[in-house]
Write a protein that binds this ligand. Sequence first.
Ligand SMILES: C[S@@+](CC[C@H](N)C(=O)[O-])C[C@H]1O[C@@H](n2cnc3c(N)ncnc32)[C@H](O)[C@@H]1O
Length: 280
Amino acid sequence: MNIFEAYNSTKKALQKAGIEDYVFEAKQIIKHITGFSSSEILMNYTNALTEYQSNNLTAIIRQRELRYPLQYIFGEWSFYGRDFYVGPGVLVPRADTETVIEVCLDYLKDKKEPKILDLCAGSGCIGITLAKEIKDSTCLMAEKFPEAMRYAEKNILRNKAENARVIAGDIFEGAGNEDKYDLIVSNPPYIPEKDTETVSPETKYEPHTALYSSTDGLEFYRAITENYKGSLKQNGMLCYEVGIGQANAVKEILKTAGFADIGTKKDLNGIERAVYANLK
Ligand SMILES: C[S@@+](CC[C@H](N)C(=O)[O-])C[C@H]1O[C@@H](n2cnc3c(N)ncnc32)[C@H](O)[C@@H]1O
């Protein structure tokens, strides 16, 4: 089987398995098994796959037919232009979360040596990205679960983010709140427990503890707002990623806690994805 035939049969198999982005995924898989870039694939599409590549392709298709996440199969995924290790035990960085990065970078652009706290850090994609983008910043990340924290540690090294570090800690116990920060950012678990069945088949392989929060999904926003209000510098910003339809409720939590200049930013699908506010 040559590369072109492999690409076509992969597309067909993924489409049959009900995978929406089957064209994109088939291309990613061919790049992964051949080690070729997009242009190299175009120049070499009549090359025959080696036996090893062909076996690898069959194994990947089998896993995707079971809807095991492509990102876990590859063991890495790109976020805001950088590569992060991912795998069982950690949430895969989502493109939606880049909306939060944009809000934070806009806020940080005029700050000198800003101090950042990233709560519920997971792979570290938020904290590491901010630390890399704002060279004179220092970023502390807190993550409760050791399986997830190990990915953040590896991703700090992979991305050479010397100004970022991660600690084990629970936001309900105020992990990291003994200092004062210019920016506190969090993408906490926010899917209401009752919605377990509405998530994609791939999401079922991701850790429950990274995704779900109480019956209304707002427990982490209430706790972080309350436990970390005292850890913001004057005019400091608190920025959250929120789930679909949660923006108004989170704005209300911030307003009740005394925050000002509350705003939101939509993601590329037009969904209010980031909610932010300042503490005067
Ligand atoms: C939605 S994921 C976000 C991960 C990463 N920040 C991102 O944007 O991809 C939430 C993370 O919060 C962590 N977590 C859950 N409960 C926590 C708690 N009580 N304290 C600290 N972290 C917690 C989970 O392990 C998970 O890594």
